[in-house]
Write a protein that binds this ligand. Structure first.
Ligand code: BGC
Length: 889
């Protein structure tokens, strides 16, 4: 018999009882080495060479190396789509460095790269091996497109369930994050690309992210937010990005407690610290440093705090005069340069450099392995798929269900590839097919009916509703060519396809919108090839709807069917009122502008829901896709699905008892309909291969292998940040600079499942939850102390009829004599096993001593607590099958 159990944890080993094959061995606290690492990065630094280079550099060359562009730095002379650029010193053979976003794939506007599933999907795989492979793709793609440093992984803890960037990070548990980022960092760096762990620290929300002052106590900081950063440093991460917020009164990039005391002194970090874009605040921007008044002083303060390189700021050039005038020692500039050069040396970037002069040597750039990377993307999307509910075996789809299936929802016909902002990656678009298309091609012979249910595209606003200024009612909108002033009246704004407006053109449309019936309207501006915006105002000037297709948070994550960026705004409009409309369309310098002003009226919205319910009624099974839109730049307004999606799901579920909901969301959503649907499958933002992966899981070609890395609450009021503006989103503080808010992390260590356990709140779906298409039973738990931690072993048996994956989880209770309150239970280890029917795995996990420890503020060290501890093993944080106690400390 061949062994099919797989070890997926760096901390444990899995032995197949039947096959008695040891598949892997246990690792250490920060994770053991997985596959043998390629030669880079090196373990040691050529200190003599680095020192000699620093000595040979002029002050101007040094300052240029500390000043990234965009910002005051030198622009890239040969742009290749990099997010950031720092010049080298060609006369010494020091190459320039190019930096790229980011955590979900390499963001490059010029060259296609692989769009991986969102990091939260990888986290849901609970697989360190997949985390490593995910990192390898990031590193390989970055290197292929000429980048040296990756701005990722992101490991800020999910603290605010509605935070815009939750999809970019690795969940709510420090141990899960730590194990995954260890493996991912090694994967990235195995390709000779420097990983940047971001954002140190407490970038846990988008609301006022540049100016929120996080008040967090030392213990909470060390136990919740920081472990994954430290794990990445232990894994050899070359760079750290400091964050936007203030942490305990100082902006993170000016914060010596974070950047020096913790990062360098407690953790021994030897790499370099670079700033988030514009996070290196200066005197002019109202930074709260320690009374610095000149730009040079502020820059020196930041350098001394531990920041080495700034991006999109304008500070570091200002230290030049103070160094020349000997007000600031040159050694602080040398120190920052040394951090950068040392790291470059570890990654082989200085191999051709010499203090006595040398040409810059280019490094090899192997091309992207498109198919191999796509394979990883698809595997991760499937392994991260979380089946939350499956009643009556409605999934996987087969037989009668497939012969009569209604597929509903916009993200079934348009693939939602990834979240928004700097982590957004287009992917290899030619490969991207929708789940609907994938189902149609993979389940040949199936009878699939499609209904959009929630139409995100809409249709061009009808002429009858539009009136030009001073013109006849219902004639359209007035178009003005901004360059020439020429005007004309357009019955509709729909300049798409061959009607696109010429490259370089700038156009506005003005007039009024008068709707025939009162109600909720979706007003959309859609565009491609430039930037389009819409503003709709009530007669008193109040903005009732606005949208833009540009910028980080501009436009929907879901393009229109004809490929335009879609920006939707919902507005309650009153019949007969003339609302002012202004639309702008700026074509690109070289690209024509496609632009459309579209809407969905209340009548059409209801008709779409009715049609979807009718399709569901006709079918044996209905699969309805729902989405949210996580993006950098803004938090979600609530945990509810946006728009009318809840109403759509309710209508479909009322029409068909075999309703399956597929979620494309970046984080938890509320499910008021959950009791009325048969199944719920969370696919997250599944990346460029997400259509095929979704079809694979729905059809049972892949087991839904994921488990929740975040708690899904039953109600918004249940979360640890609910009901307290001090906890979220923060409150203004008397005497603080304008715009600054303060936020208290007063929940302490009770984040995520720790909060729900402590409060006795039952979540909708708990941390760690997820079903397989088969069943597993647990037995034979043993736990004993080992190396200050625990060795925990148990058996997992596939007691069902299909091959499937299980993620057994070990939770450790607070030691009975702990002198501080500890979590009721904390994740101590996890594995991922794939078993055939009847097969049993013997799982042995090492629980690190950290899990039994607390951060002692007095001693500034981790201290192991003593007493007895309950050790539980199960399939989620609330599905604990085995329990024992062990004496610890
Ligand atoms: C984000 C970073 C990102 C940077 C560069 C910032 O807005 O916070 O995560 O790496 O932009 O795109």
């Amino acid at each position: 018999m061949t062994g099919i159990g797989r070890l997926r944890s760096l901390r444990g080993r899995v032995l197949l009882a039947a096959a008695t094959v040891l598949l892997a061995v246990s690792g250490g606290a920060a994770g053991a080495t997985g596959a043998a690492l390629p030669p880079l990065p090196r373990a040691s630094i050529d200190v003599a060479r680095v020192n000699a280079l620093v000595h040979a550099m002029t002050l101007d060359e040094e300052i240029a190396m500390l000043t990234g562009s965009p910002g005051a730095g030198v622009p890239d002379p040969t742009p290749n789509g990099a997010t950031g650029f720092v010049p080298g010193v060609p006369r010494l053979g020091i190459p320039a460095i190019r930096f790229t976003d980011g955590p979900a794939g390499v963001r490059n506007p010029l060259t296609p790269t692989t769009a991986l599933p969102a990091p939260v999907s990888m986290a849901a795989s609970f697989s360190t091996e997949l985390a490593r492979r995910y990192g390898v793709v990031l590193g390989r793609d970055a290197r292929a497109v000429g980048q040296d440093v990756l701005f990722g992984p992101m490991v800020n803890l999910v603290r605010v369930p509605q935070a815009g960037r939750n999809f970019e990070t690795l969940g709510e548990d420090p141990l899960l994050q730590s194990d995954l980022v260890t493996a991912e960092t090694r994967g990235v760096q195995s390709q000779g690309v420097i990983a940047t762990i971001k954002h140190l620290a407490e970038n846990n929300q988008e609301t006022n992210r540049m100016n929120v002052d996080v008040e967090v106590d030392d213990r909470t900081l060390h136990e919740m937010e920081l472990p994954a950063f430290q794990a990445a440093i232990d894994a050899g991460a070359g760079a750290v990005m400091c964050a936007y917020p203030l942490v305990n009164g100082l902006h993170a990039c000016s914060n010596g407690a974070l950047l020096t005391d913790i990062l360098r002194e407690q953790w021994g970090f030897t790499g370099w610290v670079l700033s988030d874009y514009g996070a290196a605040r200066n005197v002019a921007s109202g930074d709260v440093t320690s009374g610095q008044t000149t730009p040079g002083q502020a820059a020196a303060f930041q350098l001394q705090a531990g920041l080495d390189e700034e991006f999109a700021s304008n500070n570091f050039a200002t230290v030049r005069a103070d160094v020349v005038n000997r007000l600031i020692p040159r050694s602080i500039v040398d120190g920052a340069v040394r951090h950068i050069l040392s790291t470059m040396d570890r990654f082989g970037l200085l191999d051709g450099a010499s203090p006595s002069g040398a040409p810059v040597v280019s490094r090899p750039r192997p091309p992207i392995d498109v198919d191999a990377d796509a394979g990883v993307a698809r595997t991760v999307a499937e392994a991260g798929a979380v089946l939350l509910k499956d009643e009556g075996g409605v999934l996987p789809l087969s037989g009668a269900s497939l012969r009569s299936l209604a597929v509903i929802g916009p993200t079934s016909r348009q693939l939602l590839v990834g979240g928004g902002g700097s982590a957004r990656v287009a992917g290899f678009t030619a490969r991207e097919i929708s789940p609907l298309a994938a189902l149609r091609s993979e389940a040949s012979g199936a009878g699939i009916d499609f209904a959009v249910g929630d139409d995100l595209d809409g249709v061009p606003v009808t002429r009858g509703a539009l009136t030009p200024p001073g013109g006849a009612a219902g004639a359209g909108l007035l178009r003005t060519d901004v360059a020439t002033g020429a005007t004309t009246v357009d019955p509709q704004v729909d300049f798409t396809g061959s009607a696109a407006l010429p490259a370089g053109s700038r156009t506005t449309w003005t007039g009024t919108l008068t709707v025939p019936t009162s109600g909720a309207y979706d007003l959309k501006v859609q565009g491609a090839g430039g930037a389009a915006s819409l503003t709709v105002r009530a007669p008193d000037g109040t903005v009732v709807a606005s949208g833009s297709t540009g910028g980080f948070a501009g436009g929907s994550l879901i393009p229109t069917i004809d490929g335009l960026t879609n920006s939707n705004s919902s507005a309650q409009l009153t019949a007969g009122v003339a609302y002012g409309v202004v639309i702008t369309g700026n074509a690109g310098a070289l690209t024509p502008l496609q632009i459309r002003f579209a809407w969905v009226t209340p009548e059409v919205r209801q008709a779409n829901i009715d049609q979807a319910a009718a399709a569901a009624r006709r079918a044996r099974t209905a699969v309805v896709f729902a989405y949210d839109e996580g993006t950098e730049g803004r938090d979600r307004a609530s945990l509810s699905l946006p728009g009318s999606q809840d109403a759509l799901i309710e209508a479909v579920a009322a029409a068909n008892p075999h309703t399956v909901v597929v979620l494309d969301t970046g984080d938890p959503v509320l499910m008021p309909w959950v009791d009325r649907v048969a199944a719920v499958l969370e696919m997250w933002y599944p990346g460029q291969e997400g259509g095929a992966a979704t079809a694979d899981v729905l059809l049972g070609r892949a087991d839904p292998g994921g488990r929740l890395p975040v708690t899904f609450p039953a109600s918004e009021a249940d979360t640890q940040v609910a009901g307290s503006a001090e906890r979220y989103p923060g409150v203004p503080l008397a005497g603080a600079p304008a715009g600054q808010t303060v936020e208290q992390y007063s929940e302490g260590i009770l984040v995520g499942y720790r909060w729900y356990d402590h409060q006795g709140i039952t979540p909708l779906f708990p941390f760690g939850a997820g079903l397989s298409y088969t069943r597993f039973s647990y037995s034979s738990l043993r736990a004993r102390t080992e190396d200050g931690g625990l060795e925990v072993s148990f058996r997992v048996r596939n007691s069902g009829w299909r091959t499937g994956s299980e993620v057994p989880q070990v939770y450790v209770g607070a030691p009975s004599s702990a002198p501080v309150p500890m979590a009721d239970r904390a994740l101590g280890g996890f594995a991922r096993v794939t078993l055939r029917p009847g097969e049993t795995a013997e799982v042995t996990l090492h629980v690190d001593s950290r899990v039994l420890s607390y951060w002692s503020v007095d001693r500034q060290a981790w201290v192991i607590a003593s007493g007895t501890s309950v050790v539980q093993v199960g399939a989620s944080s609330r599905d604990l099958r085995l329990s024992t106690t062990v004496a610890v400390g």
